[in-house]
Ligand binder design. Structure first.
Ligand code: B16
Ligand code: MG
Length: 246
């Protein structure tokens, strides 16, 4: 083998090793992206109660199982899930009127929000992530997200905040998470999303991000990993293993 052949062979081996590692080795996590309702705060129950009050007034069926399908879904698409389930057809104007009505019920429930509505362990976990020098973002489909963060004085925990006012497409569309990653300045494949909604896990996957389901496995069968207690997360392990779950 002459010198040129040896050089080409060496380069081929280097290319192969680089390619193998880029495909098979876990990618590092730099961005931790948190949904709000049902992940950082228990406002998911207030969303449900708002929809339930509206549904009861109209004699529409809405039980907890249908309520879970509304998690993470933007306001009008969530109303459409209830209407479809009940075989009701309404004009766009009427849908917006009812969406506004539910929002009034939800905001009235938010009046009583306090520290007892914070998901136990969530704040401590976010602080641990930040103490490691990693970036954090809040990415919620809710147009009320900023008000909730301010009411509970949580805004300082996030380097970027994306709310329902910043997006035009409901989860499972990845828009909300891609915008959060862009605001953090971190590529999607280096981000991990914490989500309580089936639609939210789909959105994270559609964004090319890693995902942890916050809630029981039977509600989140599409999540690579589920937790119900933030103390279950070994942060070092999570960072080291990176993509190993997906
Ligand atoms: P709003 P998340 C979502 O917030 C809720 O899970 C979902 O129930 C709600 O319909 C949606 O926000 C829109 O909320 O009517 O306040 O704009 O889970 O993405 O933080
Ligand atoms: Mg949620």
């Amino acid at each position: 083998m002459d010198l040129g052949q040896r050089h080409r062979a060496t380069r081929a081996v280097v290319h192969f090793v680089t390619f193998y590692y880029s495909v098979h080795m876990p990618q590092e996590l730099h961005g931790f992206v948190f949904d709000l309702d049902g992940v950082v705060v228990f406002t998911d129950k207030y969303h449900y109660l708002g929809w339930k009050k509206l549904a009861d007034q109209h004699g529409w069926e809405l039980d907890e199982s249908l309520g879970h399908q509304l998690r993470g879904v933007s306001r009008i698409p969530a109303l459409e899930v209830i209407l479809d389930h009940n075989g009701v057809v309404l004009s766009d104007d009427e849908k917006h009127r009812l969406g506004d009505q539910k929002n009034e019920y939800y905001k009235a429930l938010l009046q009583q929000i306090n520290e007892s509505d914070i998901y136990p362990g969530s704040i401590g976990f976010i602080k641990r992530v930040r103490d490691r020098g990693l970036s954090t973002a809040l990415a919620s489909a809710s147009k009320n997200a900023q008000a909730v963060l301010e009411a509970l004085q949580l805004t300082h925990l996030f380097d970027a905040v994306v709310t329902g006012n910043d997006i035009t497409r409901s989860k499972p569309d990845p828009q909300v998470f891609l915008l959060a990653a862009r605001r953090l300045g971190i590529a999607p494949e280096h981000c991990i999303v914490f989500e309580d909604a089936y639609s939210g896990i789909e959105a994270a996957k559609n964004a090319g991000m890693h995902a942890v389901g916050v809630g029981p496995v039977d509600r989140l069968p599409n999540a690579p990993l589920c937790i119900t207690d933030y103390a279950e997360i070994a942060l070092d392990d999570l960072i080291e293993r990176g993509t190993a779950w997906n």
